[in-house]
Design a protein around this ligand. Structure first.
Ligand code: AMP
Ligand code: MG
Length: 408
């Protein structure tokens, strides 16, 4: 049974964030993955070129490899006439060098033969087979991709800490690599608490609601590319919650719980921390929703206990958990994105405290929910992509005013 806890002044969000990011451990362990599995992961080593790319001078187009000196004076009415010695296709060696007044027919990507210093586009010739007429002049090294044009052996290509997207995977494959070393994903342990929770798929007894937080947290973990190290749901029973955490914490870098962090008799998380001997970092932040959040350290990992109200949990995920994960991973895609936006509609209430209102932002314009912004409501979260941040002490807001929005 939860003991009553003494109320403390809520911390400013920034103060809470400072404490959390200071305590969050950076994940330094790495793993080696096949390239296709590494997309979205964070590179844990600098990558330098092990060879020149391309390894040979190559043609950027279909045409004829020639000596530019042989084209002097050539034009539409006075073509240079060259003898075609050979043909070279992509993927095959150039067998025949170009000598004076000769040409080698060449395809895009094929090695340029010795002796040639330029490639004439086939559109600038008569496309001859035995001899070719060239109707233009060209400068030396025009249409000529030298060996190492892309990069030279030893050039730095990718930096440790970069997130690997399709292009970076392509660069690694271009080096002939099949594997890459990346930092491992953060492992997150999830726990929802509440006597009233029934799992989706089961039937509801009197007084119960479905557990929507756990699937929501799981979904957010997937979107943020985290590993869910375990997930559970317990009633409002501090011993049960504590034993779940005790048994599973070792697998996790971060623990997230929902429910039971307010001031009621059934707000058990305070007691759970005591049972576990978790160090309390803070309780309550000065934002609405998401004020009743409890944070601590348990055996070297952070534990963040969010309100059970779905929108409060979502707000704290964005405002607190995301920056913690950014610190743990160094991932730039987890940075908090704030932008200014013009209000398309108003917000009717005064905001004595700092408030985050469900919003839909696009092209610098934000529409606030026209339904209730109450933290307990699920339905008015549908489709939201941001929260409009309304500073403490703000009057009602009107369309046309500028607000700051935080992207979800
Ligand atoms: P609490 O944070 O435990 O005070 O819960 C606040 C509100 O959120 C209550 O109405 C709970 O029934 C509801 N709630 C708590 N946990 C969940 C959950 N996992 N899924 C949906 N609603 C929840
Ligand atoms: Mg509760």
């Amino acid at each position: 049974m939860g003991e009553l806890v003494e109320l403390n002044e809520p911390l400013e969000l920034e103060e809470a964030l400072g404490i959390l990011t200071e305590h969050a451990p950076e994940i330094m362990e790495t793993e080696t993955l096949p390239l296709p599995d590494a997309c979205g992961r964070v590179l844990s080593e600098d990558v330098t070129a092990e060879r020149n790319q391309p390894p040979f001078p190559r043609s950027p187009l279909d045409g004829y490899a020639v000596k530019s000196a042989d084209l002097i004076g050539a034009g539409p009415d006075s073509p240079a006439v060259l003898r075609v010695l050979d043909e070279v296709d992509a993927g095959h060696p150039a067998r025949t060098a170009v000598r004076g007044r000769t040409a080698v027919r060449i395809m895009t990507g094929a090695p340029i033969p010795d002796g040639a210093d330029t490639v004439v586009r086939q559109e600038d010739t008569d496309e001859g087979e035995e001899t070719v007429q060239v109707f233009c002049t060209q400068k030396p090294w025009e249409n000529y991709c030298p060996a190492g044009e892309d990069y030279h052996k030893g050039d730095p290509l990718l930096k440790k800490g970069m997130r690997l997207y399709a292009a970076e995977i392509g660069i690694l494959a271009g080096l002939g690599r099949t594997e890459v070393k990346v930092f491992r994903k953060p492992r997150v342990l999830l726990l929802s608490t509440g006597d009233e929770l029934a799992e989706p798929g089961s039937s509801l007894s009197e007084g119960q609601i479905y557990n929507s937080n756990l699937p929501m947290l799981r979904a957010q973990c997937r979107l943020w590319d985290l590993e869910v190290a375990g997930a559970g749901s317990v009633p409002d029973d501090a011993e049960a919650a504590a034993s779940f955490l005790r048994e599973n914490a070792a697998r996790a870098d971060l623990i997230l719980t929902t429910g039971g962090v307010s001031v009621g008799k059934r707000d058990i998380l305070h007691e759970v921390y005591r049972i576990l001997g978790a160090e309390r970092l803070f309780w309550r932040i000065a934002v609405k929703p998401g004020m009743p959040v409890l944070a601590g350290m348990y055996d070297g990992r952070e534990i963040l206990s969010l309100s059970g109200n779905p929108y409060a949990a979502l707000a704290d995920l964005t405002l607190l958990v995301k920056p913690v994960l950014r610190k743990m991973t160094g991932r730039d895609d987890l940075r908090t994105v704030r932008e200014k936006a013009v209000l398309l509609n108003g917000y009717p209430k005064k905001s004595p405290g700092r408030r985050f209102v469900r919003g839909f932002v696009r092209d610098g314009k934000v529409r606030l929910t026209d339904r209730s912004n109450d933290s307990g409501l699920l339905s008015s979260m549908a489709g939201l992509n941001c929260m409009a941040e309304i500073p403490a002490g703000s009057p009602a807001l009107h369309a046309g005013e500028i607000v700051t929005v935080v992207r979800l």
